[in-house]
Design a protein around this ligand. Structure first.
Ligand code: M6R
Length: 612
């Protein structure tokens, strides 16, 4: 959480910083700030509570803050309330060191007390002010220069950080350090950039360095130099980013979320095209060999939020097609429950950002125990992608809306491909079935397009839900997994309380909540379970529920028990999540709009959860 950006070059820095922050606002948006050095080497620090637009207004879109070297930050509060005083950048009283930070310094209280004893005072409640002043302390005490002062600080702090600093004595230079929080460095045409994520600098450069854990860097307009903790210079290769700059823009859509919903046919197609060659799944680039696949005795799918929901779908599909035992776990639980792992198991970490703190920690826990790890990741070069043994990239491109849509869809495709390949190589799918399943996957993009063409019906129905206080989603098997995702989408952007329930569990408690007018959305795509879920729908309806059914064309009997029915094209039920999720994404989107909420930046949330 929190977005950081920095630039040093020949152009005015503030407009570039504000533009970069606008691409990072999804990472946090309770306050923002910039610090820029003018030609006299003085720092101007401007901060504003609230959305970035407040900072833009306060700085006249950056024009009021001259200088060509600066840093910026958009905040998701961890230590200290959202306020101007707690907003970054933070600085020492003499402006010797000015910095922004993404992450958490766990021992900041202890360090703060130490610094107070050394004569420092603190104006904010943040851990960042502590780390900036600690750098200053080492810098002045030992007179050793930025790299050594930062290195000493890195050894002393516990926690995670992407730290971007400017020193009064080093005009035209930006200093960076990283541990466990994302950071990329870009360089092009007499300017260098640092950011939490690619979209912030994509307009200016496609050439980036990935800075590793416990590494530092120095940026000037001529390029970047990197150092290890011992202060020795290290070499890094520039990596070209293939994403289009336009991919991080709204391109005429009112919100990123609706744009990203519409991108799903393309994203699914691209993910398929990347991993399927001439009708056959090709994981050769991933290094996932037949030998590895056959040696696996069990799989853990580990993830958070929607990625976890994708994992729940994969669990059903993998067990069905490959007959491998699969367990899907929340990363935040997995990492702390001391899991008993077998060396022949495979841990699959699913993550859009590749930076989610709990998922990353789960990956490391597995690696510590010597278990093979495979990452299904969207962001190229992210921490999870770099640390996993095998990486299966989803081709979703930059996802900006906090509520994930296209990345979830791409994750499902990756999971299907993995399941089909496991099924084939482990002897559970013959050639004909293998080919048939791949062909079925290839129909998904057009089927999603068809669903999107009918979005006005969903928009109309969203009116009926806009004033709800409680909405229940029920389904069985994969339909239950779809319900989990539909329910999360709704609550995160519409703030309506909602629960996903395994339909068979209703009678074990939840049905007592059903009364006249309560809305129940039933998902019925699983042919084998259809009649069972219909019975549960009827039970809700007869207790007064207002009911929506989501099913495949042909299942018209749903209309007998639903007040409103949404149909999706027919598909192998194992892949139905890819279609059924789309109307639920649209529904959440339109309900949020109807309620006048900020769809792309829901309250209290951030896109990338890099703290526990
Ligand atoms: O980047 P990740 O896929 O690891 O993120 C996991 C969750 O934080 C994420 O899916 C979150 O639940 C989304 N906001 C849901 O829309």
């Amino acid at each position: 959480m929190c977005g950081i950006v920095g630039v040093v070059g020949n152009e005015a820095a503030a407009p570039i910083l504000l533009d970069g922050l606008s691409k990072l606002e999804y990472r946090g948006y309770d306050s923002a700030g910039i610090a820029v050095r003018n030609n006299n080497d003085e720092f101007t620090i401007v901060k504003a509570k609230g959305r970035l637009k407040d900072l833009q207004e306060k700085t006249n879109d950056g024009l009021a803050v001259p200088g060509t070297c600066g840093i910026g930050h958009t905040r998701w509060a961890t230590h200290g309330e959202p306020s101007e005083i707690n907003a970054h950048p933070h600085s020492t009283d003499d402006k010797n060191v000015v910095g922004v930070h993404n992450g958490i310094i766990e021992n900041y209280q202890e360090l703060r007390e130490k610094l107070i004893k050394k004569g420092y005072s603190f104006y904010s409640q943040t851990d960042t002010e502590v780390v900036v002043k600690l750098v200053d302390y080492y810098y002045k005490k030992y007179n050793i220069g930025p790299i050594d002062a930062i290195a000493k600080t890195m050894v002393r702090v516990r926690g995670s950080y992407a730290l971007v600093l400017m020193f009064k004595d080093f005009p035209g230079e930006i200093w960076v350090a990283r541990k466990d929080s994302p950071m990329i460095i870009g360089t092009e045409n007499g300017a260098s950039y640092v950011a939490s994520d690619v979209p912030a600098i994509l307009k200016y450069t496609r050439n980036v360095y990935y800075i590793g854990n416990h590494e530092m860097g120095r940026l000037t307009k001529d390029g970047a130099t990197f150092y290890n903790l011992d202060g020795e210079e290290i070499k890094k290769d520039l990596v070209e980013i293939k994403w289009d700059a336009e991919a991080a823009e709204k391109e005429g859509y009112e919100h990123f979320m609706i744009k990203e919903i519409h991108e799903q046919p393309r994203v699914v197609r691209e993910t398929l095209n990347t991993h399927v060659k001439d009708g056959k799944i090709d994981f050769s680039e991933i290094g996932l060999t037949e030998e590895v696949i056959n040696s696996v005795t069990g799989i853990y799918m580990v993830a958070c939020g929607s990625a976890y929901h994708a994992g729940v779908v994969m669990q059903y599909v993998m067990e069905s097609l490959a007959r491998v035992p699969v367990r899907c776990e929340l990363a935040s639980e997995f990492r702390y429950r001391n899991p008993i792992l077998d060396p022949n198991e495979l841990i699959v970490i699913i993550s859009q950002s590749g930076e989610t703190a709990d998922s990353l920690a789960a990956l490391r826990e597995a690696k510590t125990q010597g278990i093979k790890t495979l990452a299904i990741v969207n962001v190229v070069g992210s921490s999870i992608a770099r640390e996993a043994d095998y990486v299966l990239y989803t081709l979703a491109g930059p996802e900006i809306a906090v509520a994930t849509t296209k990345a979830y869809s791409a994750q499902l495709i990756a999971g299907y491909l993995l399941s089909i390949e496991f099924g084939k190589l482990r002897g559970h799918l013959d050639d004909a079935k293998y080919t048939e399943l791949i062909k079925e996957l290839e129909t998904i993009p057009d089927k999603i397009t068809k669903i999107l063409e009918d979005k006005e019906r969903i928009q109309w129905f969203s009116n009926k839900l806009a004033n709800s206080t409680d909405i229940f989603f029920i389904g069985r098997g994969i339909d239950y997994a779809i319900c989990m995702e539909g329910s999360l989408k709704l609550k995160e952007i519409s703030y309506i309380h909602s629960e996903a329930y395994a339909a068979g569990e209703l009678k074990h408690g939840t049905i007592s909540l059903i009364e006249k007018g309560i809305q129940v959305i039933s998902v019925l795509t699983q042919t084998d379970l259809f009649e069972k879920t219909i019975s549960n729908m009827v039970e809700c309806k007869s207790r007064g529920a207002y009911s929506m059914g989501l099913t495949s064309y042909g299942n018209y009997s749903v209309e007998d028990s639903a007040d409103f029915t949404v149909y999706i094209p027919k598909i192998n039920p194992l892949f139905a999540a890819s279609l059924a999720v789309v109307p639920l994404q649209l529904l959440s989107y339109y309900v949020s709009i109807e309620r006048g909420l900020d769809v792309d930046k829901p309250r209290n949330l951030a896109k990338s959860v890099t703290v526990e």
